[in-house]
Design a protein around this ligand. Sequence first.
Ligand SMILES: C[S@@+](CC[C@H](N)C(=O)[O-])C[C@H]1O[C@@H](n2cnc3c(N)ncnc32)[C@H](O)[C@@H]1O
Length: 239
Amino acid sequence: MQTTIFPLPSFQLSSVAFFGRGFEEYVSMFDLDADALRGRRVLDVAAGPSAFTAGANARGIDATAVDPLYGLSPDALTTHALIDHRRVVAEMRRKPELFQRGTFGSIDEAVAARAESARLFLRDYEEHFVHGRYVGGALPELPFADGAFDTVLCAHLLFIYARQLDLDFHLAACRELARVSRGEVRIYPAAGADGQPYPEIDRLRAELAALGIALETRPVPHRFFVGSGTMLVLSSRRR
Ligand SMILES: C[S@@+](CC[C@H](N)C(=O)[O-])C[C@H]1O[C@@H](n2cnc3c(N)ncnc32)[C@H](O)[C@@H]1O
């Protein structure tokens, strides 16, 4: 008898999308205490058109964002954001079973929040790129000194794009995130595009432990994408 294996539904994009979330969504994705971060240096890696950095600076947090596309003109980034918004939203609407009510009451509500995030980002980028708030750079080599930031955040790049980015990339990226942080690194979500835990997590944990970097999984209040109720936290034992 032939057995048919049905693959788990998965959020599929052919390349990493320039698509971002807002300040409040970051607070719940990373379980942040925004008051405690006031005056602290925070880095958002793979920040895309996220409005976290704009919102954080407006609240007295010394936040910087880094993304490979920063350095392009505001017009060029607007085009990237518009095209990728359509691409991501089309995939969300194709696979509503991958989303649950919680942080948002519906997919439409989430789509509107992310469109607003891109709008806030583009306005802030236009004004503050020249001040170094938005820096061009890519993992696994970031253009920052060792321990330059109190907290480092990275959302929706690692694990989610495991089809495109292999274990070596994930290991080098985690190492680099830990290098530029003098505190914690928080990575969200701790799940892949199918909402399942990263299959190589045990190897990643072992390789990082050998480098003196501890990896733990922590619950977060955010609920939207399936399996997205946890983040990974890296902390360097050699600090
Ligand atoms: C899906 S967006 C995530 C945006 C934001 N972090 C969020 O969660 O809302 C992924 C971002 O990763 C950026 N990216 C792609 N390759 C990267 C790399 N090697 N290092 C850092 N960022 C990268 C893309 O340009 C894109 O803006």
